[in-house]
Design a protein around this ligand. Structure first.
Ligand code: UDX
Length: 425
């Protein structure tokens, strides 16, 4: 084996592209494969199909060691460890759709000796089934914990790395663990099923933390407490920790909604009713809709009211709109008869199809001009920099601001004459 093991990456989405590029940065020769020729062509031209801070620079710096191809045979011929980074979207039943993973496994048949290293989030038990059905294929579970927007940083500075391998794949587990040794993080070695569960349980726990603080926020609104103060007081308890305690208008993204649902479903399939997760999901759904009530409190009927949504992406620093709160909110507003305008510094174009009924604005100021209310949906820094007391106040028809992320300067806005409402304060 050469000193730096050659690596294959299957699927060049957020996860695969970051995984491949960061391993190249660690000195590995990496073959990345995607079935979409346009994506591979773009990558070969030096274009990065997604927006992820630092990624484009890192790809550029490691061009020599990165190979992009649509040919599975080429990848399989060059690397024994193949990271599976294809997506596993939810199906109508709430189960994960494993068809892309299955296709990858099928394609590998007859291409020689390999280990599939599962990065994609899969139901607990998937590894066992794949191993049972595909004799000779090694299997390692190595879940990803990357946050969009800081994925490169998260890869290079992980809190922990989880590597699950059973029986005759243990050696492959050693080789996967060795890839991460330069990062200096704790490496947790487990069996495959436990590694699969670590991923789902971690995301479900974080989502629970968010739904919990959102309910504390809702009750705080009724009882006259300020959830940001409450979270500060709670967060300093080291058993609780201060992260993921920001109340807001609900979690979104490609992971939390899907993984919480998947774990609940997985439990349900065994006959176990995961009550807590049922509540976590329901709280999140209601949280997205609470904004409508707040708008009605200040504007009365929303029929023909012009509502500006600031932010479309499910969080800042990404152009990802999967399961974004903005989409539900826009839909509900439309249902109430409001006119919806949206602005997002990077994600607006992606939303054009799903938000065909909304006006996509080229700037925040354009969205705010003549608006009856503004709803801050995504905490993009530029929204804080707006001249609220001056130009914005002047431009809006009614100075009503619902701050869905407790992000703006409440006191300054109120002093400037805005009707300001945050979440839980
Ligand atoms: C998440 C996990 O953090 C990551 O470990 C996993 O691999 C994939 O899912 P990501 O989806 O990129 O990452 O987003 P994250 O930054 O975790 O935020 C998720 C959602 O929760 C966002 O909509 C965010 O606005 C919301 N959130 C987060 C809150 O509402 N309050 C918080 O305190 C934190």
């Amino acid at each position: 084996m050469p000193e730096k093991e050659p690596i294959g990456v299957i699927g060049t989405g957020y996860v695969g592209l970051v995984q491949g590029t960061c391993l190249a940065e660690l000195g590995h020769e990496v073959w990345c494969r995607d079935i979409v020729p346009d994506k591979i062509d773009a990558l070969n031209r030096g274009e990065v199909p997604i927006y992820e801070p630092g990624l484009a620079e890192l790809i550029e710096r490691n061009r020599e060691r990165l190979h992009f191809t649509t040919d599975m045979g080429e990848v399989a011929a060059n690397a024994e460890l193949l990271f599976c980074c294809v997506d596993t979207p939810p199906t109508y039943s709430g189960d994960a759709d494993l068809s892309r993973v299955e296709r990858v496994v099928e394609e590998l048949g007859g291409l020689g000796r390999h280990a599939l290293v599962m990065k994609s989030t899969v139901p607990v038990g998937t590894g066992r089934t794949i191993k049972r059905d595909h004799d000779g294929l090694g299997y390692v579970s190595n879940p990803e914990f990357l946050k969009e927007g800081s994925a490169v940083h998260d890869f290079m500075h992980p809190d922990r790395v989880v590597v699950g391998a059973d029986g005759d794949s243990s050696d492959y587990g050693d080789r996967v663990a060795a890839l991460y040794e330069p990062l200096g993080a704790p490496i947790v070695r487990t069996d495959v099923a436990s590694a699969e569960m670590v991923k789902l349980a971690s995301n479900a726990f974080l989502a629970t933390k968010i739904s919990f603080i959102n309910e504390i926020a809702n009750v705080s609104e009724e009882l006259g407490a300020d959830v940001t103060e409450v979270a500060r007081g709670m967060g300093l308890d080291s058993r609780i920790g201060d992260r993921f305690l920001q109340a807001g208008i609900g979690y979104g993204g490609s992971c939390f909604p899907k993984d919480v649902q998947a774990l609940k479903q997985l439990a349900g399939n065994t006959g176990y009713h995961f009550q807590l997760l049922t509540a976590v999901i329901e709280v999140n759904e209601l949280q997205k809709r609470r904004t409508i009530g707040k708008l009605q409190k200040h504007l009365g009927s929303l029929v023909r009211k012009e509502i500006a949504l600031l932010g479309v992406a499910f969080k800042p620093d990404t152009d990802d709109i999967r399961e974004a709160t903005s989409l539900v909110l826009a839909g509900r507003l439309r249902g109430e008869g409001a006119r919806v305008r949206v602005y997002d510094p990077v994600a607006a174009e992606r939303a054009r199809d799903v938000l065909s009924y909304a006006e996509i604005c080229p700037s925040a100021m354009k969205a705010l001009e003549g608006a009856d209310a503004a709803v801050l949906v995504t905490e993009w820094p530029e929204f804080r920099e707006l001249d609220w007391a001056g130009a914005v106040k002047e431009a809006m028809r009614q100075p009503v601001v619902i701050d869905g992320r407790n992000f703006l300067d409440r006191d300054a806005l109120r002093a400037a004459g805005f009707t300001y409402e945050g979440v839980g304060r």
